[in-house]
Design a protein around this ligand. Structure first.
Ligand code: FPP
Length: 277
């Protein structure tokens, strides 16, 4: 964490500061990804329309991003609109979400600037309506020189499509370089993902209690810790992000290896009989 981000801890609410004080600075995640779910149910519980849930959800995007920027989280990636949302939701809802995105960008770019947040996107964004793409490009360019949290919105995003796009672009590269596909490495694939410029998420949060990944960052979450909360996205705030990070810090990340608490293997493994049948 940079010293400028440490200075911003005093901008946290007293409640957030109390949780932040329990965190271990050396074990902060570098990248948190969130599946924001439950806008519709949040609205339904209050006898409101689904669009009001999305509206409230957009406000939470800003609040959570600001907390992330105050604690100096380098990367925050939010699943805002999936390819499946685009194909399977009623047209009226899709067009509302597009208008909401434009208005979100219009009204929040100044706050992004004040919080040193840089905007980026992943997904098949070229398929979004041109007026939305224009606003997205404007927000990205305006915030491009900010050096704090990078907020990446996944828009018209699907992880399987991302892999298809990556393999197509890798295959073009191989042809140009006259390289054979026999020697493709994990790094080659990683370089062609939409997320090539960022580290993999350490922590994946999902709201509204569903135990699903929903086609989000399938390659990148290979070793992410998963945190599911029953809370609906429109109720999620910065304090909940900090609580998720606190839970994350209690996990033991082994990446397929052994825990540090496992001592030397005492017996010679070659001498252990394997009972067959
Ligand atoms: C899930 O709620 C959420 C979405 C479809 C997309 C998330 C969108 C937002 C948070 C608002 C817009 C964001 C920006 C950046 C402007 P749901 O409708 O699937 O909820 P349900 O499962 O309860 O029906």
């Amino acid at each position: 964490m940079s010293s400028s981000s440490i200075n911003r801890i005093n901008e946290l609410t007293a409640e957030e500061r109390a949780v932040y004080a329990t965190l271990k600075p050396e074990q902060m995640p570098q990248h948190v990804a969130i599946i924001m779910d439950g806008n519709g149910r949040w609205a339904g519980r209050r006898l409101l329309k689904r669009f009001q849930g999305h509206q409230q959800g957009a406000k939470c995007v800003q609040l959570v991003t600001e907390t992330a920027s105050r604690i100096g989280l380098p990367w925050l990636t939010l699943y805002a609109f999936s390819l499946e949302n685009n194909l399977r939701r009623p047209r009226a809802e899709v067009s509302f979400l597009m208008r909401l995105l434009r208005s979100y960008l219009e009204s929040n770019v100044q706050r992004m600037m004040d919080n040193n947040v840089r905007m980026k996107y992943i997904g098949r964004t070229h398929e979004l309506p041109p007026e939305v793409q224009e606003k997205m490009q404007w927000a990205e360019e305006t915030t491009a020189r900010n050096t704090g949290t990078t907020l990446t919105l996944a828009l018209n995003y699907g992880a399987r499509c991302e892999l298809v796009d990556a393999f197509r672009s890798l295959s073009t590269e191989l042809k140009h370089k006259h390289r054979s596909a026999d020697h493709i490495t994990e790094e080659d694939i990683q370089r062609h993902l939409y997320t090539a410029h960022m580290p993999d998420p350490d922590l994946l949060i999902r709201t509204s209690g569903e135990m699903r990944i929903s086609n989000f960052l399938l390659w990148q979450i290979a070793y992410a810790e998963i945190y599911v909360t029953d809370m609906y996205w429109p109720d999620f705030r910065g304090i909940h992000l900090l609580q998720a990070i606190s839970d994350f810090q209690r996990r033991e990340r082994r990446y397929g290896g052994l825990s540090d608490s496992v001592g030397e293997v005492e017996e010679d493994p070659d001498r252990i009989r394997i009972a067959a049948g």
